[in-house]
Design a protein around this ligand. Structure first.
Ligand SMILES: O=C(CO)COP(=O)(O)O
Length: 251
């Protein structure tokens, strides 16, 4: 963990959650005060729940985010949601370029970059996800893939205040597998070098989250790794106790 950077623990609920989930979210809100000394908390529920959760979270130590946005602000795009709409509903950050969107919807780096710019246009933070697949890892291409995704997905003008990078190895998502702390250190160090070389002092202060099977049982080990500035948590973010325990794992 880089000392000066305050960790962010972000929960990505993916396509999970109904109105009844507000009870679990309430439990998160109730426990949040205990962990705010350690980390900022962000929950990204499905778009249908952002407004209701944001209403509940008012004045509490949990911010709301969204999982995707359309690059445009409005128009004839049936089924899509603009960053401005998500912000209107209460989102303060938008995840873009998650590997599930890259895979399920064929999203490429250019579109991801446009979505990050859409988040900025709506005056919120873009959380840009990058990560290699198992096949790319096996072929020894991890660093090349990450370099390409970072170069292509991060807009010029990225700063520590408007952009967060999330490194999520695709093979670690939802599998229970995680890279070793040593591997995470090497990859986050590589990402940091690229960010610093392109964005100078801003790149040195940008948060780099680790994501992929983060659980209460491995959070403490992962969160102390150099250049790990928090986590993007999937499955474990659906349970208040687990999500808060992960935040407690921050040094
Ligand atoms: O994809 C992820 C978060 O965006 C990680 O998901 P899991 O924590 O369920 O592995």
């Amino acid at each position: 963990m880089t000392d000066a950077i305050r960790p962010l623990i972000a929960g990505n609920w993916k396509m999970n959650g109904l109105k009844a989930s507000i009870a679990e979210f309430d439990a998160m809100l109730n426990g949040a005060a205990e962990v705010t000394a350690k980390a900022d908390l962000l929950v990204c529920p499905p778009a249908t729940l952002v407004a209701a959760f944001a209403e509940k979270a008012r004045g509490k130590a949990v911010a709301l985010g969204a999982q995707d946005c359309h690059p445009k602000a409005s128009g004839a795009h049936t089924g899509d949601i603009a960053a401005e709409m998500l912000v209107d509903a209460g989102a303060t950050a938008i995840i873009v370029g998650h590997s599930e969107r890259r895979a399920d919807h064929g999203e490429g780096d250019l579109l991801v970059k446009q979505k990050a710019e859409a988040a900025w246009r709506a005056k919120v933070i873009a959380i840009v996800c990058i990560g290699e697949t198992q096949a790319q890892r096996d072929a020894g291409q991890t660093l090349d893939i990450l370099r390409g995704q970072l170069n292509g997905s991060l807009p010029d003008g990225s700063t520590a205040a408007n952009l967060v990078v999330a490194y999520e190895p695709v093979w670690a998502i939802g599998t229970g597998l995680t890279p070793t702390a040593k591997d995470v250190e090497q990859i986050h160090g590589f990402i940091r070098e690229l960010l610093t070389s392109r964005f100078k002092a801003e790149g040195a202060r940008m948060r780099i989250l680790y994501g992929g099977s983060v659980k209460p049982s491995n959070a403490a080990e992962l969160m102390v790794v150099k250049n790990v500035n928090g986590a993007l948590v999937g499955g474990a973010s659906l349970k208040a106790a687990d999500f808060l325990a992960i935040a407690k794992g921050c040094p």
